[in-house]
Design a binder for this molecule. Structure first.
Ligand code: RI2
Length: 307
């Protein structure tokens, strides 16, 4: 079983599994595998789960959805540690399945709520690739509203191309631009709304998302364009209530330049912070909220963690 854990960790590190929700679900799924693997007793299984959880959490540092998912499952496991092995397995398997279903329902709920915010003939700009955003745009299209989307290519890993390909597959008109064309495109092509995903949202409403998000938010402010975030509450950070911040992942230089250039350093942060004052609204599975309302959802949803 540890092979499967290592396999998931590697796939997350190499970004073959990526996107904040997908890495959370993949981790939960992997822990489900651990719960149902060989062990002598509940104690041993609990310690296997803790070890697997630590490994999974170390795979990527910035998306809080990953530790949120692992920590929740370990919390449930610890609360049930007095159960006999079979009962423990049964209880935890059901809880993990529930948790995964909740995440899958959340993404659809966000699409349902968010689609009401998008008008016929809207031109939307999105950055990077967020399943949550793509699912929302797909829903808008299925409802018969005519929209078109501008995707930034999102260097250095070009996840914007994945977004563009998916939107084209769903028959949504889509235009790909280089990241540095964002301001011009937003202004000259009359973008109506920016909609992006999230990796982490702090209790004060600050957003951590793919590098380049914050400058798009600045442009949106300057041009008076709505800047909207689509995020499941699993991406809210309970630790931020006590002042803890996530580490902004720095990725290898080879993602930016193919081969080393003598005398040239490369700085390759994968995420940046967009402060709450640049965010008009956040679409969650509980409804549309201002960034200032994140705190109360964190207190309610992550009470188990904050106690
Ligand atoms: P979903 C991605 O990061 C992007 O920053 C995207 O906005 C975010 O995860 C959320 O993705 P990366 O994994 O959960 O490409 O909406 O580094 O799919």
């Amino acid at each position: 079983m540890s092979f499967d854990v290592d396999k998931t960790v590697k796939a997350i590190k190499d970004m073959r599994i990526r996107g904040a929700l997908d890495i959370a679900i993949a981790s939960a799924d992997t822990l489900y595998g651990v719960v149902n693997s060989e062990a002598r007793d509940t104690n041993e299984l609990l310690s296997m789960l803790r070890d697997a959880g630590e490994k999974l959490k170390s795979a990527r540092p910035t998306a809080i959805s990953l530790p949120n998912s692992v920590n929740y499952i370990i919390y449930v496991a610890e609360r049930n540690k007095d159960l006999a092995l079979d009962e423990f397995r049964e209880k935890l398997s059901a809880e993990i399945k529930n948790f995964i279903n909740e995440q899958k329902n959340a993404i659809d709920k966000i699409a349902e709520i968010g689609s009401r915010l998008v008008d016929d003939n809207d031109r939307i700009l999105t950055h990077c690739q967020s399943d949550t955003v793509i699912n929302l745009l797909r829903r808008v299209n299925e409802e018969g509203k005519e929209i078109d989307v501008i995707c930034t290519e999102t260097r250095p890993r070009y996840q914007g191309r994945i977004s563009a390909r998916l939107l084209a597959k769903y028959k949504i008109p889509v235009t790909l631009i280089v990241d540095s064309a964002a301001f011009l495109a937003m202004k000259e092509l009359n973008v109506d709304k920016v909609i992006v995903g999230a990796d982490t949202i702090y209790a004060n409403g600050d957003l951590i998302n793919k590098i380049g998000t914050s400058q798009i938010a600045l442009f949106a402010k300057e041009l008076d364009i709505d800047f909207i975030v689509a995020s499941e509450s699993i991406k809210f950070s309970p630790e931020s209530v006590i002042g803890s911040k996530v580490v902004i992942e720095e990725r290898p230089a080879r993602e930016v330049i193919r081969s080393h250039i003598e005398g040239v350093e490369v700085f390759n942060p994968a995420f940046d912070i967009t402060h709450a004052e640049y965010i008009d609204m956040i679409i969650t599975e509980f409804g549309v909220i201002p960034p200032q309302a994140v705190y109360s959802i964190v207190r309610e949803k992550f009470g188990w963690k904050l106690r």
